[in-house]
Write a new protein. Structure first.
Length: 179
């Protein structure tokens, strides 16, 4: 019981920090301005981890690996904690065990990225109905634009209603099923 509560709290902390790191990664990849409340929070919350890593881990084709790598490693560490607490891995070789850990970390990072995308799409849809001129609208639109633009080419707005966020959410859910 105590181990489950500890894993739950560790999962919450690891997931939150990983999501903020992934948000920083995607905001930089999509060239979203950090001059807003969300951007300021993301930068100030993750600078303690990202700034030292940037000195030893440079960017790769404009991608901020110093934000992506810690998110991935946090997922690997959480998978390791789950395997150690639950046990049952004594029969595996070390190579199998490590490859399983790293694979699980990769899948967990991809899942978190997709959940982040779905959340951004939902926030964008709600803001477009309630407060389209909110200070949060522009950064969220910039974050989701690379996903929505290809869909909008094939499916233009129908009667002034843009269905591309709905299609993107359905496609993201399908991708989650395969992960």
């Amino acid at each position: 019981m105590v181990s489950q509560a500890g894993l739950f709290l560790l999962d919450v902390l690891v997931a939150f920090l990983s999501v903020v790191l992934l948000l920083r990664f995607f905001m930089q990849a999509c060239r979203v301005s950090f001059n807003n409340q969300v951007g300021t929070f993301v930068v100030e919350f993750t600078n303690w981890l990202v700034r030292p890593l940037r000195k030893i881990l440079p960017g790769f084709y404009g991608l901020d690996l110093a934000s992506l790598l810690p998110a991935y490693l946090l997922q690997v560490i959480f998978a390791l904690a789950v395997f150690l607490v639950r046990g049952g891995s004594e029969a595996w070789s070390l190579a199998t065990w490590l490859s399983l850990l790293f694979w699980h970390g990769l899948l967990a990072t991809l899942r978190l990225s997709i959940y982040l995308l779905i959340g951004a799409l939902l926030v964008q849809a709600v803001l477009s109905w309630i407060s389209p001129y909110s200070p949060l609208s522009q950064p969220v639109a910039q974050l989701t634009r690379p996903v929505l633009r290809p869909i909008q080419r094939f499916l233009p707005p129908i009667g002034g209603v843009d269905l591309s966020p709905l299609i993107a959410i359905v496609l993201a859910q399908l991708l989650l099923m395969f992960l």
